[in-house]
Each structure stands twice: as structure tokens, then as C-alpha cells.
Design a binder for this molecule. Sequence first.
Ligand SMILES: Nc1ncnc2c1ncn2[C@@H]1O[C@H](COP(=O)(O)OP(=O)(O)OP(=O)(O)O)[C@@H](O)[C@H]1O
Length: 268
Amino acid sequence: MTGRADLVVERLTVGYPQRRRFARSDRVVLGPVSVRAAAGRITLLLGPNGAGKSTLLRSIAGLQHPLGGQVTLGGADLHALDPRTRAARMAVVLTERFDPGLLRGEDVVALGRFPHRARSGSFTADDRRAVAEAFAAVHAQELADVLLAKMSDGQRQRIMIARALAQSPSLLLLDEPSAFLDAPARIELLAVLRRIAAERTIPVLASTHDVEAAVQLGQDGWLIGPGPQVTSGPVRELAAGGAIGAAFDTDQVLFDPSSGRFGLRGIS
Ligand SMILES: Nc1ncnc2c1ncn2[C@@H]1O[C@H](COP(=O)(O)OP(=O)(O)OP(=O)(O)O)[C@@H](O)[C@H]1O
């Protein structure tokens, strides 16, 4: 791949295949969706609960089969790549928890080098450099020797992102990376992801429930809603133009584009 490798989603339909007794009737969640995430920028995937953020993200990552359409990275069909090449190009951070056993921070981050490891299996100077850079990018050097089982949710999340970065990916996908973080840590995480996108000139696509932080720090957005509609554009324009309000407002709660915050109707 040469030059900027954008993530391009073309007419992607996502959902869940369902087999009834005599016929197949897929449950379509979204689509067809055509959107782009630019290299060097962070794109935030926004939408109300149940809108389809995880389904879309997992389908882009190839963790579930899309019902139709195509996903390319720098022009290459992401889903047609063999698993090892795909693992070397794309890193995914999910919210699902796993039992870390006796793994330390450094053991987990080093796992990110697996798709690049030499046939001999030895850990090279390049591998060591990639791991050190990944720790530095998320400011987690002090966690290298700490058991994952003894880390807080926020510390664990930083390690999982470092593992993804150690992969030296051309695309970083994250499902709800700020789910377990407090408000300042969420803002900090978005700033880190934004810097990673810029420094590595890769597309970073993250789903988030934190619309207010997204409006403050996000660059581009893919917004699901109202209904299955998907709108893309700079997050601030989605806010100012009323698209975020249209997707999220309820009988009780209103998004205020001027402050970028949600509030109760009738209370200012
Ligand atoms: N395994 C599944 N089989 C069938 N339908 C599913 C499955 N998983 C999710 N869905 C449905 O797909 C729709 C989208 O769910 P999804 O989890 O992608 O939304 P989301 O935007 O990530 O939600 P949240 O913000 O609550 O995490 C929902 O209607 C959900 O019920």
C-alpha cells in the first residue's frame, strides 16, 4: 500500500442471518451504508443504544459476515485478505473481557507482535521497539510489570490499546474504548487516539456513547439515526446542523448544539 490508506465502506449491509424453517430471512440492522474514514483522523461512530454501532464495527472488522457490500483499506478488499495479512494490517480493540491469568502488561502488549513475528518465532529488535512505542503512546510504561488481573479497568484499557498499537496496524478499530472510564479519562483517551491517528497516518474508527466528548474532541463522525439512516461528516457539523439532535433527542432530553451537551427539556 502506498500513500494515505483510507477505510472505505461501500454499500455495506449488516445484520444477522436468520433461518426460519423453510426460508432464510436475514435480520438487517443497517444498510446499505457507504462511508469513508480518512487516514490521519479519528472517526467516531455515534448512535443511540441498539442503533447498530457494534454490528457495523464488527462487520467492518470481519468478525461477523456482512450481508452485502465491501470494505477496502487503501484500495485492498479487507475481507479478502488472508487472516495473517489482515491481522498485520488491522487491529481491533473490543470491550469483551477475558481472563488474563498471570499475564503482565508487557506480555499482553507483546502479543500484538504475533502477526509480524519472524518464522523463527524470535522477538527481534523491531518487535521490542514496536512494544516500547506502544507503551509510550498510551503512557502506560509503569504498567509493564503489573499483572493484568490487578489493573483497574482504565489501566487495562490502555494496555489493550497498546497491544493493538504494537501490531503496527494500518487501521485501528475500537468498540466503546471509553466504556469503563471516568469523564476526564474519556477525554484523555480521545486525545490519545486522535494523536495516534495523526502520527501514524492511519484511520482510527471508534464507537462511543460519549457524544459530548465526541463533539469536543472528535474529528469526523458516522452518525446512525434517526432509524437506520447513517450520516457522515465532521462531528461539529453533525452537531451544529441538527443531525445529532435528530438522532438522539427524546420526549424528555434535548441536545443543545451551542453547548454540545444534553439537557432536560424545559430546563436551561
Ligand atoms: N446476535 C444477534 N442476533 C440478532 N440480533 C442482534 C444480535 N446482536 C445484536 N442484535 C440486534 O442488532 C441491533 C443492533 O445492536 P448493536 O449491539 O449493534 O447496537 P449498538 O448501537 O452497538 O448498541 P449499544 O449502544 O446498546 O451498545 C439491536 O436491535 C440488537 O438487538
